[in-house]
Design a protein around this ligand. Sequence first.
Ligand SMILES: Cc1cc2nc3c(=O)[nH]c(=O)nc-3n(C[C@H](O)[C@H](O)[C@H](O)COP(=O)(O)O)c2cc1C
Length: 275
Amino acid sequence: MHAAGGLIAPQLWHVGAVRSQNPEWTPPGPYDSPSGLSAPGQTFGEPMSDAAVADAIDAFGRAAGDAKRLGFDAVELHGAHGYLIDQFFWEGVNHRTDRFGGPDIGERARFAGDIVRAVRAAVGPTFPVIIRLSQWKQQDFNVKLAHTPTQMEAWLNPLVDAGVDVFHCSQRRFWEAEFDGSDLNFAGWAKKLTGAPTITVGSVGLNGDFVAGFGGASSQPDSLDDLIRRLDRGDFDLVAVGRAVLQDPQWATKVRQGRTDELLEFEAKALATLY
Ligand SMILES: Cc1cc2nc3c(=O)[nH]c(=O)nc-3n(C[C@H](O)[C@H](O)[C@H](O)COP(=O)(O)O)c2cc1C
């Protein structure tokens, strides 16, 4: 990556108590989760003990330190999509009564805050730390952790205080407004409320979402005008692209050179090249 002029950050990802869609990929337990639930009402293992919580926090710190030592340029913590960190954020599966649970999103963000502090301690003050967050869960697309900007502030600002530099705001469709009364998306609100740089993602340049892609659906190239309007307005700082680049490694070059008529349809069979 460096030889080609690129930068690279690994994503540190603990899946927690998510059941794999492929049962053969699910390892034997125990499964870490805040309250022994894979989704609301669905038991999957036991609640994490105090020792297991401390061990997970420590492991994220060690992994980040390893990433820096190995020559990566940043780390990203996977705090989205219903995996372990997100399970702590989510009221529906975090029923803990210790300092990692509670009715307020700020209380349920303490696990992530402790992880960010462990990561920051391991990598030092200047190494970029990104966290990926989503309102939606793979277990339930309609969940929202923050129903209002005030709740979003209570969720995100403690993470900035803990040492997050960049929020990677995962949506399935980047153009969807986060709250009524404004067309700002998640990355737009996160930047407005925290002042931190943000990354937007979700169906950039494509007309169908990635979850449908896993189910075999193809997606047609879509206009980038709305994305560029938001970027120019300063809503967010970076744009992440998934399937379009898996389909076509020349995607970014084509966009930069204005060759948008050459962008390709995403076909699910492009995923087969990954396995
Ligand atoms: C094959 C595949 C693997 C993915 N793996 C991850 C992952 O490891 N971590 C993650 O946060 N998101 C993962 N995602 C989600 C993407 O990062 C991205 O958020 C999603 O594909 C939406 O972007 P797109 O519409 O440009 O594809 C994956 C998506 C695909 C298609």
